[in-house]
Design a protein around this ligand. Structure first.
Ligand code: PGA
Length: 249
């Protein structure tokens, strides 16, 4: 019922030459595979969409502003993202929550802006290492879900990415039991809030040090509908096996 989604987050990596990796990746993604998305840096969005036209790979941005236009030097609005041909936007990544002081309320506002432009929001949540050590993981997740996910979220307009901050770019991953616990908790919260008919359609991605070596095990979890992949999405040779593992799951 929920289509699997393999999403790559290039972060601040790649100039136009890196798009050859996308063209290469497109050769590996076959009809019937998991939905595949790459979120390159904003200056590459338009060119990436042009190069991938007619392929199965979708393109997304890594952030958007809450306003559609105005005096916000350096920012990019959701309609601008949509205008490039992109269809998704990552919001509330921990690197933005941390380095740009984004709050749950900011992320909810950005999500509404994304929806207004017809984009699907990938809303990121996740606990810090200290939260986990202090046994606060589920409380943090509950608060982030309540604050960052607006009313009227649906499987059509939203995806939730669970990314424990301590697992991002560190090579550390939670145990499968820990991933299952959080994903089942998120599913239950969404069902409580939006009703099961809607809650069950919202895809839940796991993110944080996903690689071809650990992907298949992570994808065995019932409420893991895909992955948000950083480092291992930069090269087609690394990302393609993750997409294949998800497609088989
Ligand atoms: P990573 O990043 O796969 O390099 O750990 C994931 C992310 O930050 O989305």
């Amino acid at each position: 019922m929920r289509r699997k989604l393999a999403a790559g987050n290039w972060k601040m990596n790649g100039t136009a030459g890196a798009l050859s990796e996308l063209v290469e990746l497109a050769k590996h993604v076959k009809p019937g595979d998991a939905e595949t998305l790459i979120c390159p840096p904003a200056p590459l969005l338009y060119l990436a969409c042009e190069k991938l036209r007619g392929t199965a790979i979708a393109i997304g941005a890594q952030d958007c502003h809450i306003e559609a236009s105005g005096a916000y030097t350096g920012d990019i609005s959701a309609p601008m993202v949509a205008d490039t041909g992109a269809t998704y936007v990552i919001l509330g990544h921990s690197e933005r929550r941390d380095a740009h002081d984004e709050t749950n309320a900011d992320i909810a506002a950005k999500t509404r802006a994304a929806w207004g432009a017809g984009l699907t929001a990938i809303i990121c949540i996740g606990e810090s290492g200290a939260d986990r050590e202090e046994d606060k993981t589920l409380d943090v997740i509950a608060a982030q879900l309540a604050g960052s996910v607006p009313e009227n979220a649906s499987g059509q307009n939203s995806v939730i990415a669970y990314e424990p901050i301590w697992a991002i770019g560190t090579g550390k991953t939670p145990t499968l039991d820990q991933i299952v616990e959080v994903h089942d908790f998120i599913r239950a919260r969404l069902n409580d809030r939006f009703g099961q008919e809607t809650g069950d359609t919202i895809r839940l991605l796991y993110g944080g040090s996903v690689k071809s070596e650990n992907a298949a095990e992570i994808f065995t979890a019932e409420n893991v509908d895909g992955a948000l992949v950083g480092g291992a999405s930069l090269k087609a040779a690394d990302f393609a096996p993750i997409i294949k593992a998800l497609s088989r799951a």
